[in-house]
Design a protein around this ligand. Structure first.
Ligand code: FUB
Length: 323
């Protein structure tokens, strides 16, 4: 009898533990600290371009030397392709490798990055946006224009030097490309078809609670501007919608609460093999925190009118896709 109870107890404990051990997927990258997720689907593979946190546990600031690329075909097994670009690739750049996004157009891959300008006469040492180009999603990437695409002096609405960060680029169905970016205020500009020159004036907007990290995309006929927002005490994610990539934007509220153990959170949204995914970062890995962040992914669901249900951040993450 005693033996039977013990065996039953052991089985119960084992059964209780199995689901947690087998389905806990978040964070999705655990071998390095990653942040600022930017997903791209190309040829049935999901590529994830990320920032790379290398600050020590004691550090109170970022240390971000390069941008990493990961890929998956099932949302479970992630291949780490390593660093594919760094500020050193840009002769004019210095300092940290902040948020970036890679987009494909006509078989070329344009990697828009935020970093810092070394020439104080050009940029007062402020943040700048560069663009690198490659023939493959994994590079090799080279500086597409040999100079920054956006420097600090080009935007005048904010006095601080790091307001030109976090580019997101979207190519509309008619071929018109748009770049949104910014910290403190959101800025946008059209890009020429070559993807490497701005086309016209820079525009400014102040979506409700906007802090940084915009992500621009289209679903059906609705455009979405998702961004890191003020939150309660740490950044959260809010969003707006519009009938045009040029606005006006209608504020739709909070999409996601703050991420555990990280002051920042940063959105990356994509539909892959029929499901909608919300990528973000948190600080939950052992020794993690605001400067040692980790990317996670959860499902995103739309309402019939195109608004988005609030994202539930989970430890379990998303299911593996059966290929
Ligand atoms: O990763 C550095 C900065 O933190 C990014 O540029 C912001 O969006 C925030 O995530």
């Amino acid at each position: 009898m005693t033996f039977k109870i013990n065996l039953f107890g052991i089985v119960l404990i084992a059964v209780a533990m199995v689901p947690q051990l087998s389905i806990s997927q978040n964070p999705i990258i655990t071998d390095v600290f990653t942040a600022d997720p930017a997903p791209l689907v190309y040829n049935d593979t999901l590529y994830l371009y990320t920032s790379h946190d290398t600050a020590s546990v004691a550090s109170t600031n970022y240390e971000m030397k390069d941008w990493l690329v990961f890929s998956t075909t099932d949302m479970k097994k992630w291949t780490n392709h390593g660093p594919k670009l760094s500020p050193k690739t840009f002769s004019w750049a210095t300092g940290d490798a902040y948020a970036a996004q890679c987009v494909e157009r006509d078989g070329k891959f344009y990697f828009y990055v935020s970093t810092f300008h070394k020439d104080s006469e050009v940029s007062k040492g402020g943040a700048a946006i560069g663009v690198a180009v490659a023939d493959s999603p994994l590079g090799p990437f080279k500086d597409a224009i040999g100079k920054a695409l956006i420097v600090n002096e080009m935007t005048t609405d904010n006095p601080h030097g790091w307001d030109d960060i976090d580019p997101t680029v979207f190519v509309d169905d008619n071929g018109q490309a748009y770049m949104y970016w910014g910290n403190g205020s959101c800025k946008w500009v059209k890009l020429k078809d070559n993807m490497t020159e701005v086309d016209g004036e820079i525009n400014y907007l102040n979506p409700e609670n906007f802090i940084e990290g915009p992500w621009l995309y289209k679903r059906n006929d609705l455009y979405y501007l998702v961004y890191a927002s003020k939150g309660e005490s740490r950044e959260a994610i809010d969003y707006c919608t519009s009938d045009s990539p040029e606005g006006p934007w209608e504020y739709q509220g909070v999409l996601s609460d703050s991420a555990p153990n990280s002051f920042t959170i940063h959105p990356g949204i994509i539909n892959y093999k029929g499901k909608d995914y919300f990528f973000y970062h948190n600080g939950v890995l052992p020794t993690g925190g605001s400067y040692r962040r980790s990317i996670a992914a959860d499902y995103m669901y739309y309402n019939e009118d195109g608004t988005i249900k609030k994202v539930v951040q989970t430890d379990q993450g998303v299911d593996a896709i059966a290929n």
